[in-house]
Design a protein around this ligand. Sequence first.
Ligand code: NAD
Length: 301
Amino acid sequence: MGICDGRVVVITGAGRGIGREHALEFAHQGAKVVVNDLGAEVDGTGSSDGPVGEVVELIRKAGGEAVANGDDVADWNGAARLVQAAVDTFGRLDTLVCNAGILRDRMVVNMTEEDWDSVIRVHLKGHFCPLRHAAGYWREQVKAGDEVAGRVILTSSGAGLYGNVGQLNYAAAKSGIATMARVAGAELTRYGVTANAIAPAARTRMTEALFADMMAKPEEGAFDSMSPENISPLVVWLGSHESGDVTGQVFEVSGGLVAVAENWRRGPAQDKGDRWDPAELGPVVRELVAKSEQVRVIGAR
Ligand SMILES: NC(=O)c1ccc[n+]([C@@H]2O[C@H](COP(=O)([O-])OP(=O)(O)OC[C@H]3O[C@@H](n4cnc5c(N)ncnc54)[C@H](O)[C@@H]3O)[C@@H](O)[C@H]2O)c1
């Protein structure tokens, strides 16, 4: 018996890296999986049906059920087809994992309009479109009198929570995704649907060159804390029937670590009770900033 027995799960960007491990673990835990991937390069260019085909093959060989989908998650109609693929193939949808992503890292002074647009599109719109279609599907199920235990897991990043030098576009998108989980979590409770986000860290083609030291493989036999397989247990649990009381959260996850990322909150404050004169704000602002507990942007000097 797995903790996702009989559940139907859609996973975006599941042909490689972290998403691939989610697909394998969900199947291992008894879920029927729609494996989505465009088969793009890390910068979002190109496409191939090789990676999804391999994952579907692996799941089937292990006795599980899976189907491939090659739609672009940031395409409105493509995302609709993806959600429909779950319903057409397996009769329903229980869990949506939005994981697909790309990188176009540049310092802001060199970032092009296309670098910005493509990253914002794949991450923000590529999370919104499947989420919107899945939410619409669950609302219809509730209206029809069906009991819904819908689960949504979005994929943020430490870059989105803390900022990362060289990733203005990606960090902005990933911050937005963390906030999407909080808002969707609040809005979808009434339909029996939870929404949470993860901020993972693992060795994939996205990170092995960028953070080479951190991502290095350990000695033979030691715990490989940067294996992408370490991310999936939390995602599978969040995607299971058991996690219905946890929503609107963002979890950092890496190796054996699971941590709740606390959201923006008001820090040191001063209320004059009247309108400020700009000239008097200098010392006030400096004192508030000095008292605050800001985490430095990753890579900042
Ligand atoms: N690896 C890390 O340490 C790390 C850290 C923080 C966040 N993340 C996030 O985790 C997710 C997975 O990243 P990964 O490291 O496994 O990278 P990856 O490049 O191995 O996997 C991403 C997958 O998404 C697919 N994809 C890209 N655009 C797509 C689109 N429009 N439609 C469908 N599929 C598309 C790619 O083809 C690829 O297979 C991403 O959202 C990434 O930003 C990863």
